[in-house]
Structure formats: structure tokens, C-alpha cells
Design a protein around this ligand. Structure first.
Ligand code: ADP
Length: 496
């Protein structure tokens, strides 16, 4: 029998990628294409929705061609995507009525501020959608399109428009307009979905004047969503999850308390909190991790705005290093501990501090401070900020962290990973396949088509390297207390 494959479509913010997995869960081929970012005004970020679909389709065909695989050997397709990005299109023609408004776009922040003034609404949003009122999520972006694109409001009332996050848009196009659906994980990032009742939230829809008829059906993340046809082949689409939730699944964080951290430009931390939503008192988001086997799992989510971006600053801003990976070498050149702390609050501080007026700061400089100290302290700041979030998650969930599963570009840094293990006093596991996002989509699809079970995934998971804590308690406590002192002094800086 010929080998079988799963295609994972990974539509990210800056590129579309397709990762081809074989039936043992190994990567067989990858194809990637950058997508154009459009910045019409300060704070606005858009993409061409047609380009999103076409680039995704192109990478899918390219990987098949490059690896010389026939579609008849593809068992299933899984989709994972940049979350919250909003597309509205004409139901009849399939044409988007406006560019995709990307999650980073802040054009609705003034409107969000107005909504935030309503204390009851804040509470309602927190305890029903799991989110905080913010321009980041899809809801106010949809409203903006309806309010600002000529005839959009009227068309929406006449049931002529459809809304989708990127997964929905891809699915709709891949099925030639037959299926308008999303999964729980993506729905839970719209600020319109009631994560307790598992339905679109009537009160939010009314408040934002968004007709329910525009919204996709919400399905489990592992589900037969529809089919993609190519030549005489019909390939089922069996998995959909937003990128961070897909990564949590790809890291096999199936049990309550299991946590992953993705060290990219920012850090994204998600903790599986089990079958009931836990609402944070520390400014973390509550989100649906996935729906599978008739059950929904929830997660707490927190992010560090500036993580790998701080390493880019060392490279491009300060020009202290030529390549991000060189930071490991220079950090290792520092003899013993140093008293330098960098708080990379370039764009304020998120959870658990939530101080947008905090600014980047360096503390503890002495006459002998050199470039290596700055590099080391900047790397360490990623671990300190991640610890801040993990402590908040432990408090909110009541579940202690037992290990941290890591992925993302900066997890390749051994100095950083060892320091992370030391700071958390917990084992850090770096998986062999750090393409967790695509892997998660492939797993959801593979489970959906009956190729794998969760147990197979756990069995197959290979750790490339484990980092065990090796720092004495006294030192860890002292260093973390000093970090907290540094953070407190970087807060409330900007006064404009
Ligand atoms: P994203 O998906 O957000 O673009 P990636 O997962 O590709 O990010 O990771 C890239 C980020 O990680 C960059 O910000 C880069 O500075 C940082 N990075 C990459 N490799 C290393 C390394 N070895 N040590 C420290 N930082 C790194």
C-alpha cells in the first residue's frame, strides 16, 4: 500500500505555508509564500483576502509537486490560521467587500474605549466571551466594515454578506462556497461567541448591530467540515484551529495544567485548564482550546508583546549581534551572575501588569557592564516575562505547572531555555518537531479521518532536549524579586 499523507495549511500573518506530513506524523515537505501587508493609515493593517487564499492554494500545490505526491494519497486537510483577522464577502459572488482587517489593526480602538466605559459590558464580555474589550478581536472590525463600506449595512440586513476569520474564508473557498463554518477555537476569538453556552452571543450581536445571518456555523475542531476537490480526487477537510490553540494541540497538551510557550516575535503562553472555563483575575484571556470527541477544552492565554523582538532590537537597533542566535554565545561569555536587568517594555506591559505607560528600561549598570551583560539580560527578560504569566496562570487555574513545552524560533536558544527552567524550577521540554502549529492542524485532521488517536500522538511525541532546573532556591527567589523591582520601576513612565 502506498504511503498516505495529511496536508496542514498554516495561514500566518506574514506568510501562507503548507506542511505535508506523512502518516507517522513526520514532516515530508514544506512550501511557503510571503503575503503582502497593507498599511493604508497609521495603525491600520490589512491584507488582500484573495491573495491570502491564492497564496495558500499555491503552497499546497507546490508542496505536492515538489514532493511528487498525488492528491489520491492525501487522507485529509487540516487548517490553522492567524486568529481574529476579519474578512467580509459577498455571499453570491464570493468577492470580499473590503480587505482582510488584520488582528494587529487598531482602527477601532477609540470605539473600544467607548465600549469599555460601560462597566457592565466589560464584565459581560469577560465572563461570556472570555476576552477583554479590544480592537484586536474580530467583533469591532466587522462593525467597522458594516459602518464604513458603502452599502455594506444594507447588504448585511438583506442576508447578502458573510463574515469569516481566515479559516472560514479558506474553507469556504476550498469547498467552492459550499461550507460556511469555523471551529470553537477561532469563534472564541471574535468577542461575539459565548464560550460557556457554546453559541453566538445574542447580546453582543445586538450591541454591535451585527446580523447573526453573517456568521459561520461553529463546529468542533476535529470534524468533517467539507471537501476539497481536485481533478477526480475528493479530499476531506477534518481539522481547524487557530494558530495558538493548534500549537497547544501539536504539543500534545491534552491534560489540565499542561502548558506551552511559543517564543516568537512575541511569546504566546497557553495553559490547558480542562473542561470548564477559568476566568482570570490577572488579565489573562480565557479561550476555547478545541472541541473534540463531543467535548470542549478551555485554556488560559497570556502573551508577552516583546520577546524575540527584543533580540531583534539587540541585532538591528543596538547592532550588538549579527544574528539572533549569536545571543546564546555572548550570554555564555558572562562569568557568573550579573546584576543587569532589562525590562523590554517597549510597547508597555501586558498581563499581569497591564501598564501601557511602562517603557523599556535597563537597571543595575556598573562601570564594568559590557555588551555581553546587556545581551544576557535581554535574553533573561523573555524568561522572566514568561514566568510572570505562568504564575498568573497557576493562580487563576489553581493548577501548578509540571513542565513547560516550548516552540517558536527563539526556543532554539539553549541559554534561554536553561534559564527558563531555572527560573520556573520546572522542566522545559523542546520537542523534536517545533512546527507545533502545523502539527496541531495535522493531528486534528488525522484524528478526524480516523488515522490517529490521541494516544498515538502522545506515543509518537519525541523530545529533542529537556532542560532541568539547576539553580538554588535562594538565588532564584532573589533574582525574581529583583526582576519584579525592575518592572515596578519601569512602570508608569510615559506621561504624554
Ligand atoms: P514569528 O513566527 O513571530 O515571526 P519565529 O518563531 O520565526 O517568530 O521566531 C523569530 C524570533 O525569534 C525573532 O524575533 C528572533 O529575534 C528570535 N530568535 C530566533 N532565533 C533565536 C535564537 N537562537 N536566540 C534568540 N532569539 C532568537
Amino acid at each position: 500500500m502506498s504511503k498516505k499523507y495529511i496536508l496542514a495549511l498554516d495561514q500566518g500573518t506574514t506568510s501562507s505555508r503548507t506542511v505535508l506530513f506523512d502518516d507517522t506524523g513526520k514532516i515530508y515537505g514544506i512550501s511557503q509564500k510571503e503575503t503582502e501587508q497593507i498599511y493604508p493609515k497609521h495603525g491600520w493593517v490589512e491584507q488582500n483576502a484573495v491573495e491570502i487564499y491564492q497564496s495558500q492554494l499555491e503552497t499546497m500545490h507546490n508542496v505536492m509537486r515538489d514532493q511528487n505526491i498525488d492528491f489520491k494519497d492525501v487522507l485529509s486537510i487540516g487548517i490553522t490560521n492567524q486568529r481574529e483577522t476579519t474578512i467580509v464577502w459577498n455571499k453570491k459572488t464570493g468577492e470580499p467587500i473590503y480587505n482582510a482587517i488584520v488582528w494587529q489593526d487598531v482602527r477601532t480602538s477609540k470605539y473600544c474605549k467607548e465600549l469599555k466605559a460601560d462597566v457592565n459590558l466589560n464584565q459581560y464580555v469577560h465572563f461570556n466571551t472570555g476576552l477583554v474589550i479590544d480592537s484586536y478581536f474580530s467583533a469591532t472590525k466587522i462593525k467597522w466594515i458594516l459602518d464604513n463600506v458603502p452599502k455594506a449595512r444594507e447588504m448585511s440586513k438583506n442576508d447578502q454578506l458573510l463574515f469569516g476569520t481566515v479559516d472560514t474564508w479558506l474553507l469556504w473557498n476550498l469547498t467552492k462556497g459550499k461550507v460556511h463554518a469555523t471551529d470553537y477555537s477561532n469563534a472564541s476569538r471574535t468577542m461575539l461567541y459565548n464560550i460557556k453556552d457554546l453559541e453566538w452571543d445574542q447580546q453582543m450581536l445586538e450591541r454591535l448591530d451585527i446580523p447573526a445571518s453573517m456568521l459561520p456555523q461553529v463546529r468542533p475542531s476535529s470534524f468533517h467540515f467539507g471537501d476539497f476537490s481536485f481533478d477526480e480526487h475528493v479530499i476531506p477537510i477534518n481539522g481547524i484551529a487557530g494558530d495558538q490553540q493548534a500549537a497547544l494541540f501539536g504539543q500534545a497538551c491534552f491534560k489540565k495544567g499542561e502548558t506551552k510557550n511559543t517564543y516568537g516575535t512575541g511569546c504566546f503562553l497557553l495553559m490547558n485548564t480542562g473542561k470548564k472555563p477559568k476566568f482570570s483575575s490577572n488579565g489573562l484571556l480565557t479561550t476555547i482550546a478545541w472541541g473534540i470527541d463531543g467535548k470542549v477544552q478551555y485554556a488560559l492565554e497570556g502573551s508577552v508583546f516583546i520577546a524575540g523582538a527584543a533580540i531583534q532590537w539587540l541585532r538591528d537597533g543596538l547592532q550588538l549581534i549579527d544574528h539572533a542566535k549569536d545571543s546564546e554565545y555572548f550570554a555564555n561569555q558572562v562569568d557568573g551572575d550579573s546584576s543587569v536587568y532589562v525590562v523590554p517594555a517597549f510597547a508597555g506591559l501586558g498581563a499581569p501588569y497591564w501598564d501601557m505607560d511602562a517603557r523599556g528600561s535597563i537597571f543595575g549598570l556598573t562601570r564594568d557592564t559590557g555588551k555581553n551583560h546587556l545581551i544576557k539580560a535581554t535574553l533573561e527578560s523573555l524568561a522572566y516575562r514568561s514566568k510572570d504569566l505562568i504564575l498568573a496562570m497557576e493562580e487563576d487555574s489553581g493548577v501548578p505547572l509540571t513542565s513547560l513545552k516550548v516552540d517558536g524560533g527563539a526556543c532554539a536558544n539553549n541559554y534561554l531555555m536553561q534559564f527558563q527552567a531555572d527560573m520556573l524550577n520546572t522542566k522545559v521540554e523542546r520537542a523534536e518537531i517545533i512546527e507545533s502549529t502545523a502539527l496541531g492542524a495535522a493531528y486534528l485532521a488525522g484524528i478526524g479521518v480516523g488515522l490517529w488517536k490521541k494516544e498515538d500522538i502522545l506515543k509518537n511525541r519525541k523530545i529533542e532536549k529537556e532542560f532541568h532546573p539547576a539553580m538554588e532556591e535562594e538565588k532564584r527567589v532573589k533574582m525574581y524579586a529583583t526582576w519584579k523591582k525592575a518592572v515596578s520601576r519601569s512602570m508608569d513612565w510615559e506621561t504624554d
